[in-house]
Design a protein around this ligand. Structure first.
Ligand code: KIV
Length: 277
């Protein structure tokens, strides 16, 4: 799928993702937080755009995903949805429910998921966790709001984990993760993100579910893959985990361009006569 010449295309739905899994067609997902990036992603044939709470890190500069608020997530989502609609309208847009917007009670979670869906034209919400959130997932999916799960390294629990190391290497945690994945599917989740877990375990989870798994640092047997857009575009110099493949080195591209601009302004060679009125 490439540039479609501005034509509207069939929107990717939860049903389409299930078909993709059944047909062995991989699902490509990336994060986006703004209009311009969402336009490029939709035009490039991405299946799912995640308005990740990683915006807290890569957009706002926090150390963790915990500080971002519902209002900030809604702001980013509105911009992303406008970007998709300005192109082919094909990509599904999923929004992360931020820390403490769904953990207090199922009722509070439902209210917040409802607010998110009403305030945006997004397709689904994503929530981190297994057994402890299944009742909430059921409550939310029962009213018709699609939920994507997220297991393994769940960044909203970073203070409990104490590090960003690979999760579920031990048998007990691996068994819990398999159980959690099954519980999420039973509760009505339409897909599950598996973050930073051994590839063999991700493969086992993928085979055991009829809903798609989307991996990040979870090997290539998953039904799809997701990366944070800033990481795969090489927009930073310091973050080099082995699961990130850099498809560009935009940090140096942007830095070099800005340096040239600064030089031109200082020398008085920008703007030229042709660039003036
Ligand atoms: O917030 C995010 O970007 C995510 C992805 C890493 C899956 O949850």
């Amino acid at each position: 799928m490439g540039n479609n010449g501005g034509k509207k295309l069939p929107h990717v739905t939860t049903r389409r993702l299930l078909e993709m899994k059944a047909q062995g067609e991989k699902i490509a997902m990336l994060t986006a937080y703004d209009y311009t990036t969402a336009r490029i992603l939709d035009r490039s044939g991405i299946d799912v755009i995640l308005v990740g709470d990683s915006a807290s890190n890569v957009f706002s500069g926090h150390d963790t995903t915990l500080p971002i608020t519902i209002e900030e997530m809604i702001y980013h989502t509105k911009a992303v949805v406008r970007g998709v609609q300005a192109e082919s309208s094909r990509a599904m847009v999923v929004i992360d429910m931020p820390f403490m917007s769904y953990q207090l009670s199922s009722e509070e979670a439902l209210r917040n998921a409802g607010k998110i869906m009403k305030d945006n034209e997004c397709d689904a919400v994503k929530m981190e966790g297994g057994k402890v959130i299944v009742d909430t997932v059921k409550r939310i999916t029962d009213v018709g709001i699609p939920v994507m799960g997220h297991l393994g390294l769940t960044p909203q629990s970073i203070y409990k984990f104490g590090s960003y190391k690979v999760r579920a290497r031990e048998e007990k945690e691996a068994e819990e993760l398999l159980r959690d994945a099954a519980l999420l599917e039973k509760a009505g989740a339409f897909a599950v993100v598996l973050e930073k877990i051994p590839a063999d375990l991700a493969a086992e989870v993928t085979r055991s579910l009829s809903i798609p798994t989307i991996g990040i640092g979870a090997g290539n047997v998953c039904d799809g893959q997701v990366l944070v857009i800033n990481d795969m575009l090489g927009l930073n110099t310091e973050f080099h985990p082995r699961f990130v493949r850099r498809y560009a080195e935009l940090y140096s591209v942007v830095k070099d361009a800005v340096s040239l601009y600064v030089d031109d302004v200082k020398k008085g060679t920008f703007p030229s006569e042709d660039e003036s009125y």
